[in-house]
Design a protein around this ligand. Structure first.
Ligand code: MLT
Length: 264
């Protein structure tokens, strides 16, 4: 796909398959290539859109942005493609953006899949860590951020999977340090979505890796308890990157959920 101009930025995206639209929103500091398995698993039935968010992957950046900006970019992307409604899949930061969309643009969502993410905002300590992440990235580049994050991303069951480790490292190390800093500030200032969960009536699936230490099974249970129309799938032998660690189990659950939501 050629890039598309959205709100003054050039967004790269993959657009695979036909049918109802599934919009995949990647996590931090990754890019749209983390959704390759989603395209393989879902594109025989759905039109799978997977953009590089502003500043990530092959999309152009801007001086600073908020998660509202990222959500607005995605609404504009759908609009530019003539799409009225999509199911959103968001992993971690992508989940924060999916929740932002569900709060501000519910009419555009026919379903929501929240993967290894949480509704709560950062506490004081987490915010301080974000500021350090931003400073480190601007001073030293992406490498120290990747080195800090890698040990926390995978379940112990997958920590020695060199192919997966290289794939994660390659996404993290190629992310622009300025984008890392912008994202750290944007995530630090995101609001707590907990109070809005009870108003999010679209069918929702929450997925969490049983060994996720960044956004834990406890966070996932809390969202399912508050979302009125939701269910939970816990993936064994998976950490924060559950859809990459156990793609068959994760996309099996996502396919079954989308089918049910679509027919509802
Ligand atoms: C992500 O995977 O998107 C990040 O771990 C989210 C975060 O740092 O809160």
């Amino acid at each position: 796909m050629p890039p598309i101009d959205v709100r003054g930025h050039s967004l790269m995206y993959d657009d695979t398959g036909d049918g109802e639209v599934v919009l995949c929103i990647h996590g931090f500091p990754f890019n749209r290539s983390m959704w390759d398995e989603a395209r393989m698993a879902l594109a025989s039935r759905y039109r799978v859109l997977s953009p590089d968010l502003r500043g990530f992957g092959e999309s152009s950046g801007s001086d600073s942005w908020t998660l509202d900006d990222q959500a607005n970019d995605l609404i504009e992307l759908l609009d530019r493609l003539g799409i009225d409604r999509a199911a959103v899949l968001g992993l971690s930061m992508g989940g924060y953006i999916a929740l932002n969309l569900a709060r501000r643009y519910p009419e555009h969502l026919w379903a929501m899949v929240l993967i290894d993410t949480k509704a709560t905002a950062d506490n004081y300590e987490a915010k301080q860590n974000r500021l350090k992440t931003a400073e480190t990235a601007l001073r030293e580049g992406a490498a120290p951020i990747a080195a800090q994050m890698l040990p926390k991303l995978l379940s112990p069951a997958n920590a020695d999977d060199q192919r997966l480790v290289e794939r994660l490292n390659s996404m993290m190390l190629t992310t622009n340090p300025k984008t890392i800093a912008n994202a750290a500030h944007a995530m630090a200032s995101r609001p707590d979505s907990t109070q809005y969960l009870s108003t999010m009536a679209m069918p929702s699936l929450v997925i969490v890796g049983n060994d996720d230490q960044i956004t834990t099974p406890h966070d996932a249970h809390a969202m399912v308890n508050a979302l009125p129309n939701s269910s939970l799938v816990t993936i064994p032998a998976a950490g924060h990157m559950s859809v990459l660690e156990q793609p068959e189990i994760a996309y099996g659950a996502i396919r079954a959920f989308l089918e049910q939501a679509h027919n509802a």
